[in-house]
Write a protein that binds this ligand. Sequence first.
Ligand code: PG9
Length: 628
Amino acid sequence: LILLAAAPLACAQTAPMAPDIAATPFQPLDNGADYVKRIVMIPMRDGVRLHTVITIPKGATRAPMILSRTPYNAAKRSERNVSPHMASMLAEGDDGYVANGYIRVYQDVRGKYGSEGDYVMTRPLRGPLNDTPVDHATDAWDTIDWLVKNIAQSNGKVGMAGSSYEGFTVLMALADPHPALKAAVPMSAMVDGWRGDDWFHNGAFRVNNLSYIAGQTAARGNGPAIATGVYDDYEFALRAGSASDYAKRFGIDQLTFAKKIFEHPAYDSYWQNQALDRVLGARPLKVPTMHVVGRWDQEDIYGPYAAYAATEKLDTGNNMNHLVVGPWRHSGVNYDGSSLGPIRFTGDTAAEFRRDVMLPFFNQYLKDGAPKADTPPVLSYRTGANKWQRLDKWPLTEVMRPLYLKAGARLDFDKPAAGAPASTQADDYVSDPAKPVPFIPRPVRMFDGAVWKPWLATDQRSFSDRPDVLTYVSDKLDAPLQISGQAMVNLFASTTGSDADWVVKLIDVYPDEVASQPELGGYQLGIAMDIFRGRYRTGLDKPAAITPNKVERYRFALPNADHVFLKGHRIMVQVQSSWFPLYDRNPQTFVPNIFFAKPGDYRKATHKVFHAPGMESAVELPVLPLAK
Ligand code: PG9
């Protein structure tokens, strides 16, 4: 007994200097969790390994997989909350996948967060702009190939979904899809950075991108936040000068992607060759696809429709390519869709869509033995009427009815009469780059999500009485009026300068009083609004100076709308020449590259909008007779 007690302890001791942080990352084991997480580095064909987080429901067998490829940190995208429950841990929009037993996969795109390799912003496909052997199509292909061979709990079928940049990577995968990629849902996808998505709208640059570029490309992980030291973004951007001056102030002009943008202000081959609608429209349609977008998508309101339209031509049976438009902000499909700003809808339209439309669509193609889903070619939430509509095609009409801008701030469907006195044949305003029209009421907090996300639904009343905004309004409608398609601006205008921007806003004016929601009395809700940089009027790739005082025609499409202007409402059109600081200012003096305009180039100009015979400015509306 004595001997035994004196014996040294049998178990080895941990050396005091053993490193307390292990070389391989610690993953807590939680036997109570309803999932298993696997973190793997998946090798691509060029040897680069991509960091991939795979969340597998515990006990899964023959489960399908949903893959998202992200520049926004796969680890974080896979962990909204720390929780033993997959539903609480994953993103809100992943609710349906969890409820239906899917394996959820997030992967960092090459060069970002945990992935190896070089990052190139929205890396173009191999071809004229990409001389490497890899792109998002090959990376998606290699990833899917690895997943189906290595995830034993899967049934070998993969779907891809994701919004915005993650929607762009979904579309890229469709350029050359792996055979196991069975269905795709690109949401709010960035498709054409110049025409009307993130970087520019019709040539006008979106200044908020400068901080995005710093955040995304200054480092492999999170880049630095930009601290302007000025509460009002309007004030700061105005003081900064041109967009390149703004960038220079923080060194952002040294970042490669900012240089690329500044070198390509026009719609040249750099932008044209990477526009995904052009790319996908020229390849066979192989994968059932549901393009999803929000009606008030403040970031990518152009591309999803363009990608749908380009690929729809390939869908000869009208059964593979679908479009869904909900009453949402950018990426709103993945969050609560009950309202946008003060505008309310019929319940949580986003959860409803995910549960009743998107999941059955994925299930049909991905789940063993799942029934065929009843997916309409087009599903559109018709705003104003506030009803989901199942449609055969989009747009519903391309027959346009011009709504004329008239003397006396009026708007109606009758062509302006000939013979009106010359003084009533145009309206003018002074557009002063020193006092640009704000895009939301000041102080502008452009980087505050709560302000930014719903901004397209902002009450336009704050602008309608500015002397540098022309406002035209119809009589009260005595019957509802439905538009379903893209309104077309047809503006006859002149300027005393040699360049000009034209912002045109189609607005639904609510009645003076709204009994059910008093704060909407007189509300001016933007239905379709956009900007056009005048120098591109004769060709998007051919900037040309405007001859001072010469009347020219500016023709451009507004974003898609499916809207009913209700009886008792009025239609309004506002015309202005700046939308600041979201869009950089046009100096109104023609310079070769607006990014590098000098302070002296920014000059006041008098702009005139004509409503004279032969110069009938109008917004042409895709009007439809209302269904009985
Ligand atoms: N709209 C964002 C974006 C996409 C692509 C390029 C740049 C920005 C996004 O929300 O991801």
